[in-house]
Design a protein around this ligand. Sequence first.
Ligand code: PGA
Length: 253
Amino acid sequence: MTNKLKYFIGNWKMFGDFGAFKIINKINLFSKQSNISLKKKKIVICLPNTLIQPFSKKLKTKYISLGAQNCHSEENFGPFTGSVSSSMLKKAGANYIIIGHSENRFEGDTNELIKKKIISANNQKLNIIFCIGETSKERRKKKTFSILKKQLQSSLAKEIDLNKIIIAYEPVWSIGTNKTPKRLELLKVVSFIKKETKKIFKTSKSLRVLYGGSVNSKNIVDFASMSNVDGFLIGRASQSSKKFIDIVKNYYK
Ligand code: PGA
């Protein structure tokens, strides 16, 4: 098993009320008591905005971090009804933020808008989980690589702090469907993303690349042998402490 730091990032989506603190609490206790050191595993739970401040106040811990799931492109305050900015999320207690999730792309987030959001989150020194991925139609038409390249090139500004950005490869056809890419397909895509981002940032440093889409406690065993994958973005299974903890445990088995 690899000694590299691996990320297990939960994306709660539109889930959770104050009672859900017990889920976070159990995950925190697991992380604290587990013999998998903090040098090997990083656990982050991305909450709905309503829970970030109360949970971060209750949970003063180094064993897990909290994140948000989206933000407005304007960094501070402005006349944007119903929106929340990266500075507001940071002040509420978020250290991480998901940007560019396909569910938000479906609601109208373009590559250009995502770029603005990434810049605003980067200015706030948030760790950014930047989601990219092709739809099933694009995959069928063999457009996966060109789509990913476009998403990376049009949303990554050169001034972004490389230590603060993590790419999450989430094929749209795998989110919530129990379908996952084949081993070889995933390995190819992950190395393509690492190569492309090196070109964009003109660096020899490899960016961290996660996989997301129908990750569960069974298929994590297969993903565990892919050392090029730096971690996972976990949707449904992160809404249960048991399912989430089993994923982490089985990864290191
Ligand atoms: P899923 O969602 O694990 O439920 O497929 C992943 C995601 O949307 O980030």
